[in-house]
Design a protein around this ligand. Sequence first.
Ligand SMILES: Cc1cc2nc3c(=O)[nH]c(=O)nc-3n(C[C@H](O)[C@H](O)[C@H](O)COP(=O)(O)OP(=O)(O)OC[C@H]3O[C@@H](n4cnc5c(N)ncnc54)[C@H](O)[C@@H]3O)c2cc1C
Length: 384
Amino acid sequence: MRTADIALIGGGIVGSSIAYHLVAAGCKNVVVIERETSQGKGSTGKSMGGVRAQFSTPVNIQMSLYSIPFYASFEERLGYPCDYRPQGYLFCATAEKHLAYLRANYEEQVAMGLKNVRLVAGDEIRAMFPQLRGDDVLGGAFCSTDGFVDPYSAMTGFMAWAADHGATLMKNAAVTAIARASGGFEITTTREAVSAGNVVNCAGPWAAEIARMVGITLPVEPLRRMLVPTEPFDQFPHTAPMIVDMSNGFHFRPEARGFLLAWNDPEETPGFKTDFEPAFIEKILTRAADRVPMFENLAVNPKKAWAGLYEMTPDHHPILGESPEVPRFFFANGFSGHGVMHAPATGKILSDLIVKGSTDLIDASLLNFSRFAEGRTIHETAVL
Ligand SMILES: Cc1cc2nc3c(=O)[nH]c(=O)nc-3n(C[C@H](O)[C@H](O)[C@H](O)COP(=O)(O)OP(=O)(O)OC[C@H]3O[C@@H](n4cnc5c(N)ncnc54)[C@H](O)[C@@H]3O)c2cc1C
């Protein structure tokens, strides 16, 4: 049996960032247990890679205020690239209620210390992007340090640095049982058993299955999200930010020589569905051409489109920290579509909580598991 001080279950971007932060904090015996033969087969490899600080709740803004500068200095810190591109996020409001919402968020973001966010007038948006249908755009919000990263590179960069400095990645090892033992846990995997003093659940959309192994019902549900990349298209600038049409949630960003289109179908229902629905192409192209008339000429190869899973919690905030029921069992789950952009902060918070028992990055009680039982949920509405 292998022994570890800390076993992380799941080698996606969250497990990898926690491994990095633990090793950077001086932890010597960190093991990441991953059931696949390579990293990135979970949500991380399916992500759109958007990173933004334009949230509505202070704790989500704080997580981004750590994470985005971290991504900006990733290569300097780790020696591996993450391809951070600060091209911004532009929210386009088409109703007064959207404007009021963006204004309230803007005030909160500035109060929290975000420097590069500003409200923009409808005319400014029309001047920035004359290719948009702007007749109904009343205004918006833009933050220049928001943008994109390459989630796969960030994940493998975190893990490679951790492995270079002593952590172990056990691949092809599915966790099938976790028993509580004196001094910690005995973890059964399809490869070899691991005895660990601390366990962190980093299993993304499968987090509830891992929690069930220690008798915990975790409110994390998988929800399918589909993305459609286009063929090369050069009539819209590739320096564009993530542009969000608040009238229906359609958003897109440049990707390679084309664009990556996203829209969250409100009719989607929870479940482990990862098949791409061909009918989605028409739904999204209709919305794309409605906001960007020249997108009527976009070419799309349905074979290149894909689906992945968000890991949703009831209040769209992650569940972080130690279980109140099972000491030394930690959660890093339920990112509700924000796990890439919040992975650096999550790594730091979990490392602080495991090593020191507290963190200065956020008020960790806000995101603990007990908030559900105690009626302290905090709703994030800026979910794309
Ligand atoms: C279409 C789409 C677009 C997205 N866009 C964005 C975006 O723009 N910005 C953003 O921040 N986030 C985005 N997300 C969300 C983001 O991808 C996730 O929040 C993030 O990747 C979660 O990382 P993770 O490491 O927790 O999970 P995962 O990457 O899913 O990793 C979990 C790992 O656990 C492993 N595992 C599961 N069960 C076991 C077991 N029993 N034993 C061992 N290993 C196990 C899995 O194999 C997997 O590798 C998007 C998600 C999707 C699907």
